[in-house]
Design a protein around this ligand. Structure first.
Ligand code: GLN
Length: 541
């Protein structure tokens, strides 16, 4: 069995197509189907690796090292499954494949055209995602908004698939917005009607309309949408604003989406087993404790730039009964005002990954503060590199120590380029990317959190702990808690004697799931809770 659910969006971007797609995937997985989720990004970039997280949101990395849009991360967090390069497609990738074929003469004599050559490649990649995941149901999300020039070839490919396959093998979900006019207290359906008209103009009639709305939608409005958009009344699904995306599968199911899709795909209408999901959502609602965690990063303004980190805290918090309040602090403000001003009230500090020297000095100041004040610290990738630089400057007495990324001529390059990165000139897809194995040392915090010796974690970096300095660091009290299996590369550093100080060269946030939070995030927030308890009892006494 191979069935396809296509998710398109109208009216505006940012309505949460990714959440709807991920929810559909989950609702069918929890009925026992094998599901695959795929994101189509209509950008000419070959992958998301070269896109600015400030504009486009975080770059997510799959196990097999593909740099993707953040929605692929969301799919993994919902499905609790590992996806791969096959679950992500861009315009750039599609054209790249076709042009490479053209150059080797695969189309000799033919004129290579958007239809059929580009659309054939799109269809091939859609089928491939299901095959690679051995999926019975594929949920395919088309990025962008219907009416965009750049998504046209993709929608045309979907239209063709719909005509080539039996009717009950494809289902189109169209996500729109119902604006509410407060002056007249009215919900307006016209934008929805227009976007469905646009979709029909391309030859696609949606089977269900998922309508984002701020306020409850009266039956009469639903009936109107059904009539004007030519969908059954039961297939107009209300999608209210929710406190977190993890409520979405529950609400969409309650509002009839599972039933609408099952009926359309001629599948038995079954009840997905949502019990565990529901329990966790409830755990978020009634936390037993709260902690306040400072995050010092370059992009503080937009929440999507570090979405996996936010989600990892939420997952760990749901399982530990802790609400994590994150406070985003600009590294430039720390450099300007001093670390104490911004960090004195936090229970823990996290420094996320990043590139380029902007804000690095403020991050190093922040690490110095938490190292010397016993505040729990979690450094991810660049966050580990900052911890190494800070230790070199203030404990090893190497005041000019730095990473060659920020200071190519530093006399003490404690973080330096990987040997095989030295010759790389091209930017796209050339970092140390994807999952690598690591080995954990007994008696460390990391080993205790993971509860095992061998781990696998995802990477996205060029620079690395410089092995020439390793002995000096260890003598001065920094512990190398994890290395590559052969022991050459440093993967985790810790500071024994400090309550919780862990820097990792990889990105644990990419493998945290709602149903399976990451052990280091759990350990970190537990230590933040300890810190909070002891500092509040100090205040009380
Ligand atoms: N810029 C650093 C490097 O390339 C860190 C990368 C990251 O934090 N993802 O090594």
């Amino acid at each position: 069995m191979r069935k396809y659910v296509f998710v398109t969006g109208g009216v505006l971007s940012g309505l949460g197509k990714g959440v709807v797609a991920a929810s559909i995937g989950l609702l069918f997985k929890l009925q026992g189907y094998r599901v695959s989720l795929q994101k189509i990004d209509p950008y000419v970039n070959v992958d998301a690796g070269t896109m600015n997280p400030y504009e486009h949101g975080e770059v997510f990395v799959t196990h097999d090292g593909k740099e993707t849009d953040l929605d692929v991360g969301r799919y993994e967090r919902f499905l609790n499954e590992r996806l791969s390069a096959a679950n992500y497609m861009t315009t750039g990738q599609v054209y790249w494949n076709v042009i490479r074929q053209e150059r080797v003469g695969a189309f000799l004599g033919k004129t290579v055209q958007v239809i059929p050559h580009i659309t054939d490649e799109i269809k091939r990649l859609i089928r491939l995602a299901l095959e690679e995941n051995d999926a019975e149901i594929g949920v395919i999300e088309v990025g962008g908004t219907v009416g965009d020039i750049e998504s046209l070839p993709f929608l045309e490919a979907l239209r063709q698939m719909k005509d080539e396959l039996p009717r009950e093998d494809t289902f189109f979900v169209h996500l729109t917005l119902l604006p509410h006019l407060s002056t007249s207290d009215e919900i307006k359906t016209k934008p929805t009607q227009h976007s469905v008209k646009e979709l029909r103009g391309i030859g696609i009639q949606p089977n269900a309309i998922v309508a984002r709305t701020e306020c409850p939608v009266p039956d009469a409005v639903k009936a109107k949408i059904a009539l004007f958009c030519d969908v059954p009344r039961d297939n107009v699904i209300e999608d209210p604003d929710l406190p977190s995306s993890y409520y979405a599968p529950l609400r969409l199911h309650e509002n009839g989406l599972t039933k609408a899709i099952s009926t359309g795909l001629h599948l038995p209408v079954r009840e997905p087993d949502l019990q565990r999901w529901q329990d966790l959502v409830r755990a978020i609602e009634v936390p037993k404790d709260r902690v306040r965690i400072g995050i010092v990063g370059k992009y503080v303004e937009l929440k999507d730039s570090y979405i996996s980190i936010r989600e990892a805290f939420l997952h760990a918090g749901a399982h530990e009964g802790i609400a994590v309040d994150t406070e985003w602090i600009s590294s430039e403000h720390i450099a300007r005002d001093g670390a104490e001003t911004h960090l004195k009230d936090i229970d823990g500090l996290l420094i996320p990954g990043g590139f380029g020297d902007r804000g690095v000095e403020g991050k190093i100041d922040a690490v110095e503060y938490v190292r010397t004040h016993g505040v729990p610290y979690f450094g991810l990738c660049l966050g580990m590199e900052c911890a190494v630089i800070e230790f070199a400057r203030h404990v090893l007495g190497l005041p000019k120590a730095n990473s060659t990324e920020f200071s190519p001529d530093t006399p003490d390059p404690v973080i330096a380029l990987l040997e095989d990165q030295k010759r790389v000139v091209q930017k796209g897809g050339t970092m140390r990317l994807g999952a690598y194995e690591a080995k954990l040392r007994a008696g460390t915090i990391s080993r205790e959190c993971y509860g095992r010796e061998a781990i696998e974690e995802r990477h996205r970096h060029r620079f690395e702990f410089n092995p020439d300095y390793r002995e000096r660091f260890e003598k001065a009290g920094m512990q190398i808690a994890g290395t590559s299996p052969g022991g050459e590369l440093v993967e985790i550093i810790e500071l024994p004697g400090h309550p919780w100080f862990v820097g990792v060269q990889f990105h644990p946030e990419f493998t945290s799931r709602f149903l399976a939070p990451h052990p280091l995030f759990r350990g970190f927030i537990r230590s933040c809770r300890e810190r909070r308890r002891s500092s509040s009892s100090l205040r009380a006494s």
